[in-house]
Design a protein around this ligand. Structure first.
Ligand code: HEM
Length: 156
């Protein structure tokens, strides 16, 4: 594990980012752009799964917002891995960072398995699965956002 972390930290991209002030700043902004799409799309999807806005068809919401959430997740994860590479060993030692990554894993696995089974518009989703998924997702993505912000305040 240590070897992987050192390898990440000494790679050319991490070297560039450590020295490129605006390059790092832009990457950070890209990470937050992905987070905004992901959290901004998943909150209304999950509130609809919990029964909010009953007169709006669930498929109308999922058809528009599921692709937005998926694109946001891709951007946030790709930019996050690059941010991580800059100080990989230090981040890996932080409990806040570890819990954040655990939430990302749970949220991603829950989303992929749900859409794998029920498709993009979630046809045929049972009530139990609907509520369970919405609660897990509402815990994982806003929780990841808060922990991500707290990393800057953690003691290394
Ligand atoms: C996909 C869901 C994710 C969300 C919602 C999220 C959220 C956040 C937030 C809100 C910040 C604070 C940015 C700031 O204060 O400017 C942040 C920073 C960061 N994130 Fe993420 N993140 C996600 C995924 C990831 C992943 C997968 C990784 C790495 C594998 C990662 C690594 C980082 C790093 C290294 C920072 C900079 C921390 C610092 O030095 O302050 N993130 N994230």
């Amino acid at each position: 594990m240590e070897g992987i972390l050192i390898g990440l930290e000494t790679g050319p991209v991490a070297e560039y980012l450590r020295n490129a002030r605006w390059g790092y700043a832009f990457l950070n902004a890209l990470h937050i752009f992905g987070v905004a799409l992901l959290v901004g799309a998943t909150i209304p999807i999950n509130l609809r799964l919990l029964g909010f806005w009953p007169t709006t068809l669930r498929s109308d919401i999922t058809r528009v917002l599921v692709p937005v959430a998926a694109i946001g997740m891709g951007i946030a994860i790709a930019a996050g891995v690059l941010l991580f590479s800059v100080r990989a060993q230090e981040y890996a030692d932080l409990n806040i960072f570890r819990i954040k990554i655990l939430l990302v894993l749970i949220g991603s696995i829950a989303a992929v398995s749900l859409h794998w089974t029920f498709g993009m518009i979630l046809e045929g989703l049972t009530r139990g699965r609907r509520i369970c998924h919405a609660l897990v997702s509402l815990l994982c993505w806003p929780g990841t956002l808060v922990l991500g912000r707290l990393i800057a305040f953690a003691d290394s």
